[in-house]
Write a protein that binds this ligand. Structure first.
Ligand code: AMP
Ligand code: MN
Ligand code: MN
Ligand code: MN
Length: 284
């Protein structure tokens, strides 16, 4: 009998960071969508993992404890997923704590800049929308949409929150070396998230990959909810030539974004070595 392929979704968010579902709701939705292995990868926090794990146990879904670490690399922000991390690792936790402090500082600064740009109360408004310990640009974006400053999140980012716009403040995140050190010490596998989303030339991306590999990084998120078909093929080819494992994740943030659904993803292209088939995959 032919076995049905296992459905993997290795990138998702809950209210512990900038998602809109609780960890339990997220796991229930993933299960209902046919996902069998789900990684919870909140930005710079592991707070949702215990609750997500409890729901996953009840439903018979496998939860991969994860995190999406914010990294500053050559004046760009890059996101590194740690998959299969042990949230009890103190090196990881003190690192993430530092990133959350940097987020708090940046949020105050974004609030001040928006105030100067004629939008008062954005810090309090964004903070009121957080339900965990981190504040992100997503919370500002939701507040600005609520206040009628833009029609949707994409438009707010474009008009207010990206480089060169009134509410933009560069984050001061982890070095690539620190991020990979924390993930390694926590027993996880490091994967470069949504590699096609960075404003980087192909040669710069190869430089990032080369440093990432030297520091112990192993994977590239070839299939992402934010990748086009072209992106997937480009990244699959890159994973093969750079001998990186390939990962697959929706980057789901909640039902408000109808374009991204849990588990609703292309298969990894042929020739890619899935991260979950690696010897080092921490969850079997
Ligand atoms: P931060 O880590 O606080 O800088 O916020 C980054 C988050 O904002 C990402 O994880 C996405 O969830 C969200 N984001 C970034 N760019 C956009 C965009 N153009 N439209 C909607 N959400 C975005
Ligand atoms: Mn996010
Ligand atoms: Mn990301
Ligand atoms: Mn993400």
């Amino acid at each position: 009998m032919r076995r049905m392929p296992v459905e993997y979704d290795l990138h998702s968010h809950s209210i512990a960071s900038d998602g809109t579902l609780t960890p339990a709701e997220l796991v229930q939705q993933a299960h209902a969508a046919g996902v069998q292995v789900l990684a919870l990868t909140d930005h710079d926090t592991t707070d949702g993992i215990t609750a997500a794990g409890a729901s996953a146990d009840e439903l018979g879904l496998q939860l991969v404890p994860g995190v999406e670490v914010s990294v500053s690399w050559q004046s760009l922000t890059v996101h590194i997923l740690g998959l299969g991390i042990d949230p009890r690792c103190s090196a990881l936790q003190s690192g993430l704590q530092r990133l959350r402090a940097a987020r708090d500082w940046r949020a105050g600064e974004i609030g001040r800049r928006l105030d100067k740009a004629g939008i008062p109360g954005a810090f309090d408004g964004a903070a009121a929308l957080t339900r965990g310990r981190i504040i992100s640009r997503t919370h500002f974006a939701r507040f600005l949409v609520q206040q009628g400053h833009a029609r949707n999140l994409r438009e707010v980012f474009k008009r207010y929150l990206v480089h060169g716009k009134p509410g933009h403040v560069s984050g001061e995140w982890a070095s690539l070396e620190d991020a990979l050190g924390w993930i390694r010490q926590a027993g996880g596998l490091a994967v470069i998230a949504h590699p096609a989303r960075y404003r980087m030339t192909a040669s710069k991306l190869r430089r990032l990959i080369s440093e990432f590999r030297e520091l112990g990084g192993v994977g590239l998120e070839v299939v992402s909810g934010s990748h086009t078909r072209d992106n997937i093929h480009t990244m699959a080819a890159l994973a093969r030539t750079e001998e990186l494992l390939a990962s697959r994740g929706s980057d789901y943030h909640g039902p408000e974004n109808p374009w991204v659904k849990l588990g609703d993803l292309a298969e990894l292209p042929g020739g890619c070595m899935p991260v979950w088939e690696s010897e080092a995959w921490p969850v079997h």
